[in-house]
Structures are given as C-alpha cells and as structure tokens.
Design a protein around this ligand. Structure first.
Ligand SMILES: [Ca+2]
Ligand SMILES: [Ca+2]
Length: 199
C-alpha cells in the first residue's frame, strides 16, 4: 500500500511539475527555428572570433540571438506563438545582456506577450543590458486569455550600437501551478506521510 501511495504521489508531482513550457527552441541552439523575425536580428555563436562579442557567455548552449549586429539600426524583433490554457498563469523567463560594454550602453529589450487575437497586450517588460557583457536573468508573469499566445522580443537600443549588440538567450515559458494543484499536492504529501507513519 505504501508503494502504491508513493506512486500516486509521484504521479501527482509529475502532473504539477509538467511545466517544461510551450516555447520551442528557447535556447536558440537550433538557430531561429520555430521563431519568426524581422529587422536587424540574427543568431550569433559565442566563441566565434568573427563575432566581436566573442567571449561573452551564452546562458544556455553556445548560440545566442544578437540584436543590431555590428552597426546596424536597432529595429529587430523575434516572436513565437505557442499553445496556452485559457485563464492559466505563466511565467516568462529570459536572459539579456550587452556585448563589449561595461554598462548597458543603451542596449535594451522589450518583451511583450499578446493574447489569442495576436494584438491584445497581456503583459510586457523592458530590460537593460547588463555590465561587462554578462547576461542578466529576467522574468514576468501573464495570464493567458485563450489557447494561443505570442511572445515577442523587440530591440529598443537607443544609441548607434557600434561594436555593441543586445544579446538574448535562454527563453522559457512555464505554467504557474494553480492553487488547486498545490492543494492537491499538499493533500498527497499529507496522505503519504500519514500512511508512512501507520506502516
Ligand atoms: Ca543558447
Ligand atoms: Ca550593434
């Protein structure tokens, strides 16, 4: 009976923890597969000496997304639509930084989440590039208003961006556990402990 309960609790954990996220290729190791893009934004491989940002660590693998590469106009954006559950809460996580720079140097990025109609803004966050080329981690929450949601990153750099690029990596969207799920999980754990004490 104890083993059976253990399996039940494990299954409950698996259900609640099944929030690996609907975003595909969020670490960009498959280039821009699954993403749409417009403007001056492309994949850069950290460690490639032809890329002047070489040496800055990617947060996940070796590919990053570089906005306003070289001295190009900062007008790039990438976006991806993914499946969501209506009224469910989600957290967007991403890492952003500025290459070859000891401060943000005008590099900034707007992360926006649009609802099922593709135009209703559900949430957004503007972040600035970090110091010394290190990528900083950022996150924000949104509530889905339908079964499709779009996450968009837009370049907001304000300078000429010579030898400085905005760098994005490690994008994920995870479901925030619902209170009901948490309550169920707690109940499962309480049951497990109770059974264990009786055993
Ligand atoms: Ca990566
Ligand atoms: Ca640049």
């Amino acid at each position: 009976m104890f083993v059976k309960t253990l399996f039940a609790a494990a299954a409950l954990f698996a259900t609640v923890g099944a929030s690996a996220g609907p975003i595909l290729n969020g670490n960009f190791e498959a280039g821009l597969t699954s993403w749409n893009k417009s403007g001056n934004v492309d994949i850069a491989r950290i460690g490639n000496s032809s890329y002047f940002g070489a040496g800055n660590p990617a947060q996940n693998g070796s590919n990053v997304v570089a906005f306003n590469g070289g001295d190009s106009t900062p007008n790039g954006s990438i976006w991806q639509s993914f499946v969501t559950t209506t009224r469910a809460q989600y957290t967007v996580n991403f890492d952003f930084g500025a290459t070859s720079c000891t401060s943000s140097c005008g590099q900034s990025l707007l992360a926006s989440v649009f609802g099922a109609d593709g135009t209703t803004l559900l949430a957004s966050k503007t972040v600035a590039g970090g110091s010394n080329g290190a990528l900083g981690s950022f996150s924000f929450n949104f509530g889905a208003n339908g079964t499709a949601t779009t996450l968009r990153f837009s370049d907001l750099a304000t300078n000429r961006t010579v030898s400085i690029d905005g760098v994005l990596d490690n994008v994920s969207v995870t479901a925030v556990p619902e209170p009901a799920s948490l309550a169920l999980l707690s109940l499962g754990l309480v049951g497990l402990v109770a059974r264990r004490r009786r055993a």
